[in-house]
Design a protein around this ligand. Structure first.
Ligand SMILES: NC(=O)c1ccc[n+]([C@@H]2O[C@H](COP(=O)([O-])OP(=O)(O)OC[C@H]3O[C@@H](n4cnc5c(N)ncnc54)[C@H](O)[C@@H]3O)[C@@H](O)[C@H]2O)c1
Length: 319
């Protein structure tokens, strides 16, 4: 018998492409959600993905998976937007802006119209600009409309540091801030191995020469990661699917996790009228607060440069 006290944790995924379907697969296996609804303008694609995912039901924790329509927004806890065009070849994330802004604004308009109480997580690129536009469209409190930000980039950074330095990736705490894109900022001053600042660890380790050059190489590899993967296989999907699982899990479980999601800033780091990846406390209501880390002057300067670039893109779209 159904217990009416139980609240179903429902996640709506808009866009059943490479990212949306992979996230749905990870979410179904995680047991974090009781209901997953997949929406796509390409109804056939959504139906196909839902059928395929549903055939795995005997092997997942209990979960309902369905093709959704806009009315699914009303009782959703989290709505993850992965709909839109993706990068082709050398196209930058900002090139996608014109195409995806209109799509996201329509979807968010529908969400508001359906009186949703959900937290919106924007994933479509350029994610920071689209998060800002999505937030403006809702007029909701700022923490309820967030972007996946640099959560994926930070995972890539941790992975590369882990392999380079020979330290378990779980002991690597390292953060990329700013744009999920070319102007992102490696926050070395916030990064450490189990409490030991990475620069300090490097002095003790001494196994590589020219740490400053290595740092620059690692930053560049993180920045170029998506371009390489897209060149090889046409899309990035697995790591972003897991980054989304991390963010959505923090919301569904009210974890108060610190994640570098994209959030519209209100004076933090001396910035406003822009959304970008900064360490934030993520709760069931989305971002509760932004943590202002003690960045170095160079890092602050780079963060401001990243913000200016995003603001230029916003101006271009608002013209
Ligand atoms: N933020 C990140 O970390 C990150 C990482 C990877 C990809 N992305 C971005 O995520 C987006 C999706 O990537 P993908 O590889 O899944 O692309 P994809 O082309 O495989 O899937 C996009 C899907 O969106 C659907 N769609 C388009 N307009 C729609 C609408 N109005 N309503 C519902 N569905 C609609 C399409 O039919 C398609 O199935 C891209 O913008 C990509 O750049 C972001």
């Amino acid at each position: 018998m159904q217990n009416e006290q139980l609240i179903s944790r429902k996640v709506v995924i808009v866009g059943a492409g490479a990212v949306g379907a992979t996230f749905a697969y990870a979410l179904a296996q995680s047991g974090l959600s009781d209901e997953i609804a997949l929406l796509d303008v390409n109804q056939e694609l959504a139906k196909g993905e839902v059928l395929d995912l549903s055939h795995g039901l005997p092997y997942y924790p209990n979960v309902q998976i369905s093709v959704g329509q806009a009315d699914a927004y009303t009782d959703a806890h989290v709505i993850v937007i992965t709909a839109g065009a993706k990068q082709k070849g050398a196209e930058s994330r900002l090139d996608l802006l014109q195409r995806n802004a209109a799509i996201i604004e329509n979807i968010v308009g529908d969400i508001v119209e359906h009186d949703s109480k959900a937290v919106i997580v924007v994933v479509s690129n350029p994610v920071d600009v689209l998060t800002y536009l999505a937030h403006k469209k809702t007029s909701w409190e700022r923490g309820r409309v967030i972007g996946s930000g640099t959560v994926l980039d930070s995972a890539r950074f941790r992975y590369l540091l882990s392999t380079h330095c020979g330290v378990d990736v779980h002991n690597v705490h390292a953060y990329i801030l700013g744009e999920h894109g070319d102007s992102q900022v490696a926050a070395w001053s916030m990064s450490h191995f189990a409490g030991v600042p990475i620069n300090e660890y490097c002095k003790h380790c001494g196994s590589c020469e020219g740490w400053e050059n290595t740092k620059a190489e690692i930053e560049e590899r993180v920045r170029r990661s998506a371009y390489h993967i897209i060149e090889y296989k046409g899309a990035t999907n697995y790591a972003v699917g897991l980054a989304l699982l991390r963010i959505v899990g923090a919301i569904l479980r009210d974890e108060r996790s610190v994640l570098t999601v994209s959030v519209p800033l209100q004076g933090e780091y001396g910035l406003s009228e822009v959304s970008l990846g900064v360490p934030s406390i993520v709760t069931q209501n989305g971002v509760e607060s932004v943590i202002e880390a003690n960045l170095t002057p160079d890092e602050i300067e780079a963060l401001h440069a990243s913000a200016s670039l995003l603001q230029e893109s916003l101006k271009a779209i608002q013209r």
